[in-house]
Design a binder for this molecule. Structure first.
Ligand SMILES: NC(=O)c1ccc[n+]([C@@H]2O[C@H](COP(=O)([O-])OP(=O)(O)OC[C@H]3O[C@@H](n4cnc5c(N)ncnc54)[C@H](O)[C@@H]3O)[C@@H](O)[C@H]2O)c1
Length: 117
């Protein structure tokens, strides 16, 4: 976030707070030196909620970090992980397509590529 603002961009944050605290964003805003960072408590699987975000803002790109990533837990709860990570991504890109946005940065995980040199 800091790097985005330092590069002259601004951001709108969407998070369902399943693994985060809304107060963190306030601290980030303080570090950046802005009054507040626009925030929506929305789950990316919530199509209507994501539609609302895209209806209320114009974007250059979407940076998608809204994933579950705990390896052990993903083995214990595979369906919940597929639902969150795959269904969530599908809703997000569908809404992006509805609004004609084509730029997405998806934060994958290095381990999926094995152990390349
Ligand atoms: N931590 C790393 O070093 C690292 C490195 C490379 C890639 N990644 C990838 O980046 C992504 C995020 O990792 P992180 O370490 O920042 O994890 P994190 O848990 O700190 O952040 C993920 C955020 O997404 C939110 N979230 C989860 N599911 C959501 C949903 N359905 N709707 C809305 N918000 C949701 C959580 O509340 C949390 O704030 C993961 O896909 C991870 O694999 C992480």
């Amino acid at each position: 976030m800091l790097e985005l603002y330092n590069a002259g961009h601004s951001a709108v944050v969407v998070d369902n707070l399943s693994n985060s605290n809304p107060f963190s964003l306030g601290r980030v805003a303080k570090i950046i030196g802005v009054e507040a960072i626009p925030f929506y408590e929305v789950d990316i699987r919530d199509c209507a909620g994501i539609e609302r975000v895209f209806a209320e803002h114009k974007f250059d790109a979407c940076i998608h970090f809204a994933g579950l990533k705990v390896v052990g837990e993903s083995v214990e709860k595979p369906l919940e992980y597929y639902d969150n990570n795959i269904a969530g991504t599908l809703v997000l890109v569908e809404v992006m397509r509805n609004h004609d946005y084509k730029n997405i940065i998806f934060s994958s995980r290095a381990t999926v590529y094995g152990d390349p040199v």
